[in-house]
Design a protein around this ligand. Structure first.
Ligand code: GCW
Length: 725
């Protein structure tokens, strides 16, 4: 009997891994999520199911308490591993790291290492609405929330149940506990230790008792995997659900309301992390509505959270038109508030000053507030990189940003730099006094309830890469790509054919982001996307009454003379917001990094510019360079197709076919972008395409007429795209 059961169990495990391998639901992990409860049991269960070799020893070691939470050491002698950490979660991270080492071919015979996180809070922001939709989500509906529409019963003919239609239940409900547990497991396996389940365009309802009950259930599922729960809150909640007439942060009743609300939350979730706040931004309420500063607003919440060691992540994504250059506005609003925030407030800043473009200058706010905690916000969901139709590996964009923020802004953004800055600078004294554990990094998730979690299997690599970089922000993008591809596309494969295919996948991944930059925002150009949903080009988009800084033309500034936004000292002087030595470099078009030329300068069409292409130095007019970049973007999309075609038969057929199909969309879109932008800019340059640039295959008028008609919550289907472009 026992033998039959064992055979049945391994058969179901094999069947599960084969089936899930096809729809991508397995992610980069092997086996099933353990049904164990405690963190330590989960660590042991994971090792039992995936570690091949002598049983690892797990040891709690309190002397490692001085290291950042979650740090662990692994010592392997003659194949027997010992994992040590000051906490069970550290042991769990050690277990996943050991398994990853073995499954990616690292030395697991004799080695010793210590791993400690670069950031203490490594957090995913989910722009999930309480009705189950996801803003800028391209992977199905929310895994956290579902609403009456999802709960409507249907009869055999699919007709909605009358009662449900008439009296829709607005009760929040977690769609699937198992899915949330698998989500927690996936995050723990890459060191992510926090999440925000609701949209920053937050509904006050999330703080009502019935919704907090659901949040408690989420927190209980996440806790054993070391995941802390935070909530995005609406600053006007005291008015909307509290019945108060104001949300003024200096008002005593408002302060009392938040203090009571926070107490209520901690009664349900003792290890609650805190609040994420989008205030006075894109129409969201905030302290400015009551003549108060961002610091006064954030500090009011921080005071309520302090007794529970809770924190406030206050977003700096504001762009109220105080200056003609949107790229300067967040700096102008926040920099003067340096030193005014309490020590459990951290300012969350998008990597660039505009909005998650495929390439942006880094935000000058980083490093400009030495007396204030700062954290970066990245975007995993591909709002501006082809939604889930395009393959875009984002780690090169993030490592580029990290290099700039560390080397140019010299911003103590992570544990290592903070420790150094505290040692070095007297200036660091104020920051030194504040809780030195408050380092964090966040990213807007691409997770939805689609079988592949992220809309397609390749998009999982960005979730993975965020986790790996948040844990160790020195990791090279190519190493992370290699790890992810081995674990996800070639699990357990080391044969020559797989190794060859792995090289093709790595090549595809590492060229993908620059390929998109070349055909969407070459050389610093930015925000040329279609209105609203941001899928496809619409350089001449013109919506009556809309804010100018939502229009592509506001950013391209194309005219008879040339192209690009003059942000130099002769223009908006955004360069002046950067450290002096870097500002000097940016301010001169001759020394400005070529990648950002049109970000900081308005360049004449005929101006000769010099740039490198591989090892070659090229001197050509701006117009010719622009044409060559759009052509390069198209050529690179085709090269990505060729990279993928080489993997046929070496990657499971469903995944292969799905990505093949998306790469075809990506190449057609690259053609659309090239023609849509070049034909439009040609109306200003009146110059011909260089001979080695393919003529357009679209008509500008036809392209101008394209309206996809999709919302900000969906990805255009291939059928829709093929019917318009
Ligand atoms: O990127 C823009 C998006 C909005 C988003 C906003 C933000 C959640 O277009 O969908 O709102 O930024 O970051 O708050």
């Amino acid at each position: 009997m026992k033998k039959h059961f064992a055979i049945l169990a391994s058969l179901s495990l094999f069947l599960f891994s084969v089936v899930s391998a096809h729809d991508g639901s397995q992610l980069w992990l092997q086996g099933l999520a353990p049904s164990a409860i405690s963190t330590l049991e989960i660590a042991n269960a994971e090792l039992n199911q995936s570690w091949k070799g002598a049983a690892p020893v797990l040891k709690l070691n309190k002397s490692m308490k001085a290291l950042p939470d979650g740090s662990f050491s692994i010592t392997i002698q003659a194949g027997t591993p010992t994992i040590q950490s000051a906490s069970e979660v550290g042991l769990l991270y050690g277990a996943y790291h050991l398994i990853r080492m073995q499954q990616t071919g690292a030395n697991v015979r004799d080695t010793a290492l210590i791993e400690q996180p670069s950031y203490n809070i490594r957090i995913l922001n989910h722009w999930d609405n309480l009705n189950g939709t996801i803003e800028r989500g391209y992977a199905g509906r929310s895994i956290f929330w579902r609403n009456s529409a999802d709960q409507m019963r249907r009869n055999a003919d699919g007709e909605v149940n009358e009662e449900d239609l008439l009296h829709p239940k607005d009760a929040p409900e977690i769609p699937s506990f198992d899915r949330l547990r698998d989500y927690a497991r996936a995050n723990a396996s890459i060191g992510i230790n926090a999440y925000v389940p609701d949209n920053v365009n937050a509904s006050p309802k999330v703080l009502t008792a019935e919704y907090l009950q659901e949040v408690k259930k989420m927190a209980d599922i996440m806790r054993p995997y070391g995941m802390k729960t935070y909530l995005a809150i609406n600053f006007a909640s005291p008015m909307v659900i509290g019945g108060l007439s104001t949300a003024d942060p200096l008002d005593k009743n408002v302060q009392k309301w938040w203090t009571a609300k926070v107490k209520e939350i901690y009664k349900l979730i003792p290890d609650f992390g805190g609040f994420l706040v989008k205030a006075n931004s894109e129409g969201q309420p905030g302290p400015n509505d009551f003549g108060r500063t961002h610091a006064e607003g954030a500090n009011m919440l921080a005071k309520a959270l302090k007794p529970f060691k809770g924190i406030v992540m206050w977003r700096a994504f504001v762009y109220s038109p105080s200056d003609p250059d949107r790229a300067k506005q967040a700096y102008l609003e926040f920099q003067p508030l340096d030193g005014q925030f309490l020590d459990n407030v951290i300012i969350q800043i998008k990597n660039g000053p505009i909005d998650f473009q495929p390439r942006e200058a880094y935000s000058a706010l980083f490093g400009a507030m030495p007396q204030t905690r700062q954290m970066a916000e990245w975007q995993i969901t591909q709002e501006y990189l082809g939604h889930s139709n395009h393959i875009a590996y984002l780690a090169p964009m993030w490592t580029e940003f990290l290099q700039q923020v560390k080397d140019i802004a010299r911003c103590p953004i992570n544990n290592q730099l903070l420790a150094m800055s505290n040692q070095q600078s007297a200036q660091g004294s104020k920051l030194k006094a504040q809780n030195s554990k408050l380092t964090a990094i966040s990213a807007v998730s691409n997770v939805g309830n689609s079988p592949s979690w992220c809309g397609n299997v390749m998009a999982q690599s960005n979730w993975y890469a965020f986790g790996r970089l948040a844990w160790n922000d020195e990791l090279p993008a190519c190493q992370i790509a290699d790890e992810w591809a081995r674990l996800t596309l070639f699990p357990g494969r080391n044969d020559a054919a797989a190794t060859k295919a792995l090289a093709s996948v790595r090549s595809l991944m590492l060229r993908s982001r620059e390929a998109i930059v070349d055909c969407v925002v070459p050389r610093g150009l930015h925000h040329q996307f279609a209105w609203g949903h941001h899928d496809g080009p619409e350089p001449d988009c013109d919506i009556l009454g809309a804010r100018p800084d939502w229009m592509p033309s506001y950013y391209a500034r194309a005219d008879r003379e040339g192209l690009g936004f003059d942000r130099s000292s002769t223009g908006s002087n955004a360069t002046g917001q950067y450290p002096a030595d870097y500002a000097k470099v940016l301010d001169d078009p001759e020394t400005c990094p070529y990648d950002l030329l049109l970000w900081f300068h308005h360049v004449p069409w005929g101006k000769t510019i010099q740039h490198r292409c591989g090892s070659k130095v090229i001197r050509e007019s701006l117009w010719d360079a622009l044409c060559h970049h759009y052509q390069q973007g198209l050529d690179e999309a085709r090269a990505m197709q060729r990279d993928w075609e080489r993997c046929q038969g070496l990657i499971d057929a469903d995944t292969f076919a799905d990505i093949q199909r998306r790469l075809r969309i990506q190449t057609r879109d690259a053609q659309w972008w090239k023609d849509g932008c070049l034909l439009y800019f040609q109306t200003f340059s009146t110059l011909p395409f260089p001979d080695d640039v393919e003529p357009a295959v679209h008509d500008l008028d036809k392209l101008r007429a394209i309206k996809l008609g999709i919302t900000n919550y969906e990805c255009p289907s291939q059928e829709l795209l093929d019917s318009v472009r």
